[in-house]
Design a protein around this ligand. Structure first.
Ligand code: XBP
Ligand code: MG
Length: 252
């Protein structure tokens, strides 16, 4: 039986509820800036989340929902420019303190560090977005808490491909049997399980009906001592996720 050495975190939807009130309005602000009449409401954005990666999501939107749109010859360049503008809007929103971490996240990260566990990030989003979230919503030196930040285009195949988790573990020199992943979505758990990782899921409004087969535990959130999680895959269990509980699930 391997010992737990590292916790690998997805970002969007897992560390913070960034999709609905962060990425979505940032995309819309970029569309307005470029004079496009594209506007992603909350429900449409839920459907667009089927595709991970902001550039990939914009292309998917045009293909699936805007047959009327005449793509310019340099459409890929336009998407790249839109994505840069979107990243600017998103990081500005984070700098205004716009998005808090989800319940229990800061407490667990602090405890895990103190217990000597290695922390890592494995996400589809752009590296700048990750460091901005960690700086503004966790701590000034929040990015330094993580031994690896695996993000964005660093691997060509984004989640649900396992590649980003595989890359993160290579950087750390660790095997899947030594790591635990945290995810919030079906695309996310397909990536983590595909990389051979045991995975704890915390759902959100966009993902609670997803298929989380193979999860170690499916929770409403990580919980706090005064605000316990609800365990969604085992009726009646509640509490808060700390290192001892993680080790119990990990070795069970
Ligand atoms: C995150 C995503 C990303 C963000 C947008 O997925 O799907 O596409 O919505 O990020 P996960 P960028 O939580 O599984 O990593 O615009 O920076 O690509
Ligand atoms: Mg996610």
């Amino acid at each position: 039986m391997s010992q737990l050495k590292a916790l690998l975190f997805d970002v969007d939807g897992t560390l913070a509820d960034t999709e609905r009130d962060g990425h979505r309005p940032a995309f819309n602000a970029a569309f307005r800036e470029f004079g496009l009449d594209w506007d992603w409401d909350v429900a449409l954005y839920g459907r667009l989340l089927e595709v991970t990666g902001g550039k990939e999501r914009m292309k998917f939107y045009v293909e699936r929902f805007r047959p009327d749109y005449q793509k310019p010859a340099d459409f890929d360049d336009l998407v790249a420019e839109l994505h840069k503008a979107k990243t600017r809007h998103y990081t500005e929103l984070l700098a205004r303190g716009g998005i808090p971490l989800r319940p229990g996240v800061k407490r667990l990260l602090e405890e895990a560090r103190a217990a000597g566990l290695i922390l890592g990030v494995a996400t589809t989003t752009t590296p700048e977005n990750v460091t901005a979230l960690l700086r503004h919503s966790l701590a000034d030196d929040g990015a330094d808490w993580f031994a690896v930040i695996a993000a964005g285009d660093i691997v060509p195949a984004k989640k649900p491909a396992p590649d980003i988790y595989v890359w993160a573990m290579q950087q750390l020199g660790l095997k899947p049997e030594q790591c635990l992943a945290f995810e919030d979505s079906e695309n996310g758990i397909r990536a983590s399980r595909g990389a051979g990782l045991k995975t704890v899921v915390t759902v959100n409004d966009y993902t609670r009906d997803h298929d989380f087969s193979g999860a170690l535990a499916v929770l409403s959130d990580l919980g706090e001592p005064n605000a316990p999680y609800a365990r969604l895959d085992a009726a009646g269990e509640s509490g808060y996720v700390d290192v001892a509980r993680l080790k119990g699930w990990f070795t069970a």
